[in-house]
Design a protein around this ligand. Structure first.
Ligand code: UDX
Length: 444
């Protein structure tokens, strides 16, 4: 099939590449010439494990091409995906100007039947708005379909190639057939393609992300309470998750959820509810609790050393909002570092991929280093913010030699409490009892 993907951001690039991988011809369109040049010259514009291989294979074989010319891409294609940004406006609602702008252009361009697919996360009712925008100028038949993505950064290629499910919102039988043909190779293992109306498909995306954000937030609160009660959240998590109604995944407490999706989608759903005279109180609590959770690690450090951290050096492992990405959008690390700097601490940070992005925010206020152990030299403590695999089995003895004091604040519960007892570190994690170190005295 011939496909155009409008917007070569994260979702557009992953979707375009994966569609090409199953033999389709994909033209990706972007109005950013620099980006298109880079991609045309074989250089990827995002970091995503596994994408590079597919990208090179499909560009080399001519199935994946890039252009700034919307008209050329659209004319040749049967299906047109809109993977455009929908940034939150000041009031938290999604800004649809890019999506609707392109929709109007499509109305002018199309000369025969097209299936136009909303891939961006868009508020309920957007498919109707897109239809109206295209219809203003279109002289031929077309269908607008809502097909939300459920890609996790870091494993997006796998999520795309082997989705748990594909959700397609359309009331047109003709569009249904086209979409079924397109997705059939991705669900051969037996996972379902669910067809539903456009509004339900749009709502599914918000409901799924808001539920997951709520689930994490619930666990963060359970963890905070475990600390007060002397329970171990790791045990509680396993005990709870073994109930098949709950399930084991996505129950890990931490430093709060971040990223480009959860914060934006929870906010947008709460806003949509309010606009429709419904006060979604649970979501407001989720946002409040998550805002607080981002400060939990900095607060622990301040509780340990006192409010004034001047003269203290805090080493940081992990800046990205999660492992296997260089993305720092809404990353808890931003809030933690700001808080530490405000308290007068010197911050030395390491991340395998996200350093460059974080440098754009903090410049030389933070000392960024190229190796994880370099962050530890003469540090008073280590704060772990992102659970990169490289941090999971460090050489504690060597760390102890490098650091001024053997103190770790772990925002991701990477280590076993027994191992930490043996290592001689003072160890404070999330929702588990502290491991005291006799040499290090807590102030409280
Ligand atoms: C998410 C959704 O999972 C995906 O389906 C959607 O389409 C886009 O948003 P992503 O933002 O890439 O994907 O990351 P995800 O792995 O879901 O993690 C989101 C946040 O939750 C991260 O900050 C992560 O650290 C946090 N998290 C996740 C936890 O704190 N605990 C968990 O158990 C899982």
């Amino acid at each position: 099939m011939k496909i155009a993907v409008v917007g070569t951001g994260y979702v557009g690039l992953v979707s375009g590449t994966c569609f090409a991988e199953t033999g389709n011809h994909v033209i990706c369109v972007d109005n950013n010439e620099e980006k298109v040049d880079k991609l045309t010259n074989g250089r990827l514009t995002i970091y995503e494990p596994g994408l590079e291989l597919l990208f090179h294979r499909n560009t080399k074989e001519g199935r994946l091409t890039f252009t700034t010319n919307l008209e050329e891409a659209v004319r040749e294609s049967e299906i047109i995906f809109l993977a455009l940004p929908t940034p939150p406006g000041e009031d938290g609602s999604a800004d649809l100007s890019y999506v609707l702008g392109v929709a109007e252009e499509l109305g002018h361009i199309i000369r025969d039947y097209k299936v136009i697919v909303d891939k961006s996360t868009v508020p309920v009712g957007t498919a109707e708005k897109v239809t109206a925008a295209i219809a203003k100028h279109a002289k031929v038949d077309f269908d607008v379909v809502s097909n939300p993505e459920f890609l996790r950064e870091g494993v997006a290629v796998d999520d795309f190639m082997k989705p748990d499910r594909v959700v397609i919102g359309t009331s047109s039988e003709r569009a249904k057939k086209v979409m079924h043909r397109l997705y059939e190779p991705f669900v051969r293992q037996g996972n379902p393609v669910y067809f539903m109306d456009e509004r339900s498909a749009e709502m599914t995306k918000y409901a799924a992300n808001s539920y997951l954000a709520t689930r994490i937030t619930f666990m963060n609160e359970i963890a905070n309470l475990c600390e007060k009660l002397g329970a171990n959240v790791d045990m509680v998590r396993i005990g709870m998750g073994s109930d098949s109604r709950i399930g084991k995944r996505f129950l890990f407490p931490g430093v709060g959820y971040g990223g480009s999706c959860f914060p934006k989608d929870v906010q947008a759903l709460a806003k949509t509810a309010r606009e429709n005279d419904y006060d979604f109180r649970l979501l407001h609590s989720v946002m409040d609790v998550n805002d607080q959770q981002k400060f939990v690690l900095a607060n622990k450090i301040k509780r340990h050393y006192g409010e004034n951290l001047s003269g203290k050096t805090v080493a940081i492992w992990g800046l990205a909002f999660k492992p296997n990405t260089d993305d720092i959008r809404e990353a808890p690390a931003i809030y933690i570092i700001e808080e530490l700097l405000k308290a007068g601490a010197k911050v030395r940070a390491y991340d395998p991929e996200a350093t460059e992005n974080m440098q754009k925010i903090f410049g030389d206020q933070v000392d960024f280093v190229d190796h994880r152990y370099d962050a530890l030299k003469d540090a008073d403590c280590l704060a772990i913010i992102t659970e990169w695999s490289i941090f999971r089995t460090p050489d504690f003895e060597y760390m102890g030699e490098l650091m001024k004091e053997k103190v770790i604040f772990d925002g991701r519960n990477l280590y076993h409490l027994e191992d930490m007892k043996a290592s001689g570190f003072f160890y404070n994690s999330i929702g588990r009892n502290e491991v005291p170190n006799k040499q290090v005295q807590t102030q409280f």
